[in-house]
Design a protein around this ligand. Sequence first.
Ligand SMILES: Nc1ncnc2c1ncn2[C@@H]1O[C@H](COP(=O)(O)OP(=O)(O)OP(=O)(O)O)[C@@H](O)[C@H]1O
Ligand code: SF4
Ligand SMILES: [Mg+2]
Length: 340
Amino acid sequence: MVTITQSSDNNLLELRNLSKLFPIYVKGVVRKTLIGYIHAVDDVSLDIKKGEIFGLVGESGCGKTTLGRVILNLLPKTKGEVTFDGSKIHELKSRKEELWFRKQAQLIFQDPYLSLNPRLTVSGIIEEVFIIHNRGMTKKERRERVNQLLNLCGLEDYHALRYPHEFSGGQRQRIGIARALAVEPQLIVADEPVSALDVAVQAQILNLLKDIKKRFNLTYIFIAHDLSVVRHISDRIAVMYLGRIVELAPAEEFVSKPRHPYTQALIAAIPIPDPTKDRKRIILIGDVASPINLPSGCRFRTRCNFAKQKCSEEEPKFEEITPGHFVACHFPVELTESLI
Ligand SMILES: Nc1ncnc2c1ncn2[C@@H]1O[C@H](COP(=O)(O)OP(=O)(O)OP(=O)(O)O)[C@@H](O)[C@H]1O
Ligand code: SF4
Ligand SMILES: [Mg+2]
């Protein structure tokens, strides 16, 4: 079996055995006591290729945001390594190195409103980025660049003098995208960038993200809990379950030939546009196990319709079963008919 991690010049990002645990304490009479850890990200190894859109899906609480934040060095890792364009990002020491990485990799938020300073105009918000990262620019150059970025993101010059609360959700997301682009990054981690928007606005923002990706040759990690959003935009898709990546495949194959029982259930839950068509549903039994007390063996076994003795005894390895298609399951299921 081939493992997923093969260093190559084509990789922008390499994750090796990356983990993030959050300690849990209870308050005692005298002091707080550590009672365990939340395994938010657990031993994830992945390569993200230059120029790809990498979709990351999974239920609420499975660790998607934590993984994105650890990759961007916004949260310290517990274990493992993240290498970006040849540099180990958790080993960056000087402010100059940290600023370099912040320029290379940007985050787009689910709710951009929370990340936009309400006391600054849009111009001020974007100019602030230039003041930190591009000190040589004159005020006039900064203003011109703000207008260029706003136009690129579908906003007008006059929007520059408005404040965040004067915009709709979709427009705020455009401002967030313009601000991310201001540093000319290589990588964008988009954390549920459209899940707070109406369906029509979602499509506009997805189109904008696709346009700027092509134009600036960007690489995206596109996080969502909704597979129907990710499947149309991604080159490859990975699914996370309780901190682990359990399946990864090229997007088309991911939706047409899922092999992990969890992925199959997620795909079977994608709404189909034609209400007259019948579709096979897969009902998952039980609840998601606790990220604190993980089950033995396969962590999906408490909900899996195919679980056998081995599943409680041995943790399945994340292995390549066909070229580019990786699954962590002792008994990957082959479907006889498509779910979609
Ligand atoms: N700062 C933190 N301190 C303690 N626990 C945290 C912290 N951030 C996240 N967690 C826990 O880590 C786990 C993963 O959370 P995370 O936010 O990464 O999930 P997610 O997949 O992004 O979920 P959602 O789809 O709801 O955004 C959850 O159990 C969460 O409660
Ligand atoms: S290893 Fe077993 S329990 Fe886990 S997904 Fe595969 S069949 Fe289900
Ligand atoms: Mg999240």
